[in-house]
Write a protein that binds this ligand. Structure first.
Ligand code: GLN
Length: 194
């Protein structure tokens, strides 16, 4: 059974721990480099990407995490987590860095004020059955992707789910819905890659 960490600096950590356990993984919070070294894979939760970025530096996780990602550790980021996996942010706040790992340019808070939070049915490649209920909360979208990136879902003509190798990312929050199919997809990736 794969052991999957949830980066527990800020954001909806608990919901991911529950979703991963429901998808048949062993899940635990990761806050320190020693804890990161002990997991097979990592989830980066939704929350606030600038805060996650600053806390990652403070907790000494920025470089160890970049190293693990560079070595191919499977990773899944939701919303702020998707932003953290982008090689480039279109409109970074000052001091905001990302871990990188996916060759994409991301636009933060992209869906605009009227649409700060909404739900929409999203067809995700690799997830069988009904569309996923996409919960979008001040969500980013993916402005553009490099050749190695597979687009898994779009909403309103904008990219909202991607995969590059062992890295998966969604603009929306499957951890908030009780539907664990996207986490299941990630656990399968971890099983296949680990
Ligand atoms: N807008 C947030 C950010 O820029 C992301 C919101 C979320 O994770 N729900 O980090």
């Amino acid at each position: 059974v794969p052991v999957i960490g949830v980066l527990a600096l800020q954001g909806d950590v608990r919901e991911h721990l529950i979703a991963l356990a429901a998808a048949d993984a062993v899940a635990r919070p990761v806050r320190r480099p020693e804890e990161l070294a002990d997991v097979d894979a990592l989830v980066i939760p939704g929350g606030e990407s600038t805060t996650i970025s600053k806390l990652a530096v403070l907790f000494g996780l920025m470089e160890p995490l970049r190293e693990r990602l560079g070595a191919g550790m499977p990773v899944y980021g939701t919303c702020a987590g998707l932003i953290m996996l982008a090689d480039k942010i279109l409109d970074p706040r000052s001091g905001q860095e990302t871990f990188g790992g996916i060759d994409m340019i991301v636009r933060r808070n992209a869906f605009g004020r009227q649409n700060e939070s909404f739900e929409a049915a999203v067809d995700v490649k690799g997830v069988d059955g009904d569309p996923v209920e996409g919960v979008f909360i001040r969500a980013p979208w993916v402005e553009s992707v490099g050749a190695e990136v597979e687009v898994l879902a779009e909403h309103d003509g904008h990219i909202v789910a991607v995969r590059q190798g062992n890295a998966l990312a969604t603009s929306f929050h499957p951890e908030l819905t009780g539907d664990h199919r996207v986490h299941g997809l990630f656990v399968d990736m971890v099983r296949a890659g680990g």
